[in-house]
Design a protein around this ligand. Structure first.
Ligand SMILES: [Zn+2]
Length: 54
């Protein structure tokens, strides 16, 4: 359904923005995502922690 797809796109956008915010907080606004705990760079936007902090 259209609404389901819309919600998924919204959630993906929110995750992308959260990743950007974490990257900026880690001091690297050029990154797309950063680990919420140690601040290392993450390449995937759906995760909020790196492998060692998970
Ligand atoms: Zn980490």
């Amino acid at each position: 359904m259209f609404e389901t797809q819309y919600n998924e796109e919204m959630e993906a956008e929110v995750r992308r923005l959260e990743g950007k915010r974490r990257a900026e907080e880690a001091g690297h606004p050029e990154w797309d995502n950063a680990c919420a705990l140690c601040g290392c760079q993450l390449t995937a936007t759906e995760a909020d922690r790196c492998n060692s902090c998970r």
